[in-house]
Write a protein that binds this ligand. Structure first.
Ligand code: NAP
Length: 254
């Protein structure tokens, strides 16, 4: 395929977790612009995202779940499939970060982050994989990784563990499912302007240090991630499996 239809998502339904704000909202908008019907899944109101998608004439549905609970996430996926399916694509975007010195890290700091970033991510992949394989339908999964899928970070033990795990599980699922019609890939955002990085951007020293080593010379925007998600959801990436695309302004190249 060489024309723009290789990047069209017309007729596709994609579920995006954490679509109410930040990167998830940018992904929802990108997918909507490319022609997808988006289902936004999360615990907060999707009203802002719904309005943005309505503004570009893209269909949008919202489903509610606290994704910190794997059982609730699985129930949400089943309900979304029954109400709005079949679902062609899944973007595992919802995630949290906890910043605490390693010596002070609690079991709760560990579990809360791992539960949503890694455990729920895996079981939502499984939920779509089961449906797609049982029905013989092709499917696409995009997991949101991080620079800390490659690097150690500091004061974010459970986040680094979870995002390193996201990359590993993406590769594992690609190995199991690439030959069975399911593309599983990841995007590793660099430093993006969202709630997640507000504390860093408000700290003048950290902010200057981060900006100083981004070759592109700016923080990323949610729309930068949305565009990469369109590629990984679209026919243009048919032969891409188990890959991770850094969208980082060159951070990893430095
Ligand atoms: P954000 O603005 O804080 O958004 C996080 C999203 O996850 C929100 O929609 C949030 O919903 C949702 N979420 C968190 N806990 C939830 C729960 N228990 N149940 C349901 N939804 C929940 O941060 P972001 O930067 O857009 O992050 C999105 C993803 O990108 C995360 O996986 C993050 O790790 C990853 N990432 C971000 C950056 C960056 O620089 N910003 C870099 C690398 C990777 P609420 O609004 O209801 O909390």
């Amino acid at each position: 395929m060489s024309d723009l239809s290789a990047f069209s998502l017309a007729g596709k339904t994609v579920l995006v977790t954490g679509a109410n704000t930040g990167i998830g909202q940018g992904i929802a908008l990108g997918l909507g612009r490319a022609g997808a019907r988006v289902i936004g899944a999360g615990r907060s109101s999707m009203a802002e995202t719904a309005a943005l998608l309505a503004g570009i004439g893209a269909p949008f549905e919202a489903v509610t779940a606290d994704l910190g609970s794997t059982a609730a996430a699985q129930a949400m996926f089943e309900a979304a499939w029954n109400a709005h399916g079949p679902i062609d694509g899944l973007v595992n975007n919802a995630g949290i970060i906890t910043r605490v010195d390693a010596v002070d890290f609690t079991e709760d700091d560990w579990d809360r982050v791992m539960d949503i970033n890694l455990k729920t991510m895996f079981f939502l992949c499984q939920a779509l994989g089961r449906k797609a394989l049982a029905a013989g339908r092709p499917a696409r999964i995009v997991n949101i990784a991080s620079m800390l899928s490659f690097q150690g970070g500091i004061r974010v033990a459970s986040y680094t563990a979870s995002k390193s795990g996201v990359l590993g599980i993406t590769r594992l699922l690609a190995n199991e499912w690439a030959g069975r019609g399911i593309n599983v890939n990841a995007i590793a955002p660099g430093y993006i302007e969202t709630n997640n990085t507000e504390a860093l951007r408000n700290d003048p020293d950290r902010s200057a240090a981060i900006l100083g080593r981004i070759p592109a010379g700016r923080w990323g925007l949610p729309a930068d991630i949305g565009d990469a998600a369109v590629f990984l959801m679209a026919p243009a990436s048919n032969y891409v499996h188990g890959a991770v695309i850094p969208v980082d302004g060159g951070w990893l190249a430095r």
